[in-house]
Design a protein around this ligand. Structure first.
Ligand SMILES: [Zn+2]
Ligand SMILES: [Zn+2]
Length: 276
């Protein structure tokens, strides 16, 4: 297999908090957090299991029998990051091997996900799906999946959460959502980890004008995204986790403002890919 990229990042869900498939939002998309990261060597990683995961799963069913194993990285367990999991078609394929990574102990991770797929919330229990499961804790020490190295780092978010740094043949992608800016120690860690990254995906849920009345909700702004991107000297910035009430026109405006301070800024758009 030959691909003309080393890393390809595809957005399947870009919305924060709750799916919003309303016409005014569909330019950027209404599904919640789900990002696919593919390396040239065929390794496929998924970040978060929001409602975008359903369409991602369906896209894989067209692939050959040599379909790669699924490596799913969970930032945390708020609904908008796990709600697509019961509808992930790979769970119902006996030939499918799914490994789920988080910064929690494997037993805790298993318990959280079993608690989601249980009566009376869903008719199929996690333990009875045909796919093979594996739960792995990922911390600051990099783990290797094929040619990809992956590690996590803590983020300031209610009930905790983590970001990820993925590296493949010198290409670095950093995912930092959900987080609230302003925690000095965690920002120092984030800026260190994002240093010189090719791509930073950052929580831009709020505008700077909205933020003061939403302090403590666990999200950041495009202005802080730009500040972190500049401090870490990343090459490209993607604004992510769009507020459910932010329509396409408002996201365009946000991007225009951000570009005045950091030209290589774009907003995550469902269905779009970035090749690196
Ligand atoms: Zn979220
Ligand atoms: Zn959250």
């Amino acid at each position: 297999m030959h691909s003309n990229f080393r890393v390809q990042v595809t957005f399947w869900g870009v919305r924060g908090s709750v799916p919003t498939p309303v016409p005014a939002n569909l330019g950027y998309g209404g599904n919640t957090s789900c990002i696919e990261v593919r390396a040239q060597d065929g390794v496929q990683l998924i970040i978060d299991a929001g409602t975008g995961l359903r369409a991602l799963g369906l896209s894989l069913t067209g692939e050959s029998a040599a379909r790669p194993d699924t490596h799913l990285f969970l930032t945390h367990f708020h609904w908008d990051h796990i709600q697509g999991l019961p509808f992930f078609i790979c769970l119902y394929d006996p030939g499918s091997r799914v490994t789920i990574y988080s910064d929690r102990e494997p037993e805790e991770l298993r318990r959280f996900l079993e608690g989601q797929m249980t009566a009376p919330y869903f008719p199929v229990g996690l333990t009875s799906v045909p796919a093979t499961w594996n739960f792995v804790r990922i911390g600051a020490d990099p783990i290797r999946i094929g040619g990809v190295s992956a590690r996590s780092f803590p983020l300031n978010h209610p009930q905790g959460g983590c970001g990820f740094r993925f590296e493949y043949e010198g290409i670095a992608v950093v995912h930092a959502s959900d987080l609230e800016h302003g925690d000095d120690e965690m920002e120092r860690i984030l800026i260190g980890i994002a240093r010189d990254a090719d791509l930073l995906i950052y929580d831009a849920h709020f505008t700077p004008e909205e933020y003061p009345s939403r302090r403590g909700w666990g999200h950041s702004t495009w202005l802080d995204a730009v500040r972190i991107a500049r401090a870490a000297r990343v090459k490209r910035l993607v604004l992510f986790h769009h507020d459910p009430s932010r329509d396409d026109r408002q996201i365009d405006e946000m991007v225009a403002l951000a570009r005045e301070q950091f030209a290589a800024t774009e907003a995550a758009r469902e269905g779009s890919s970035i090749t690196l």
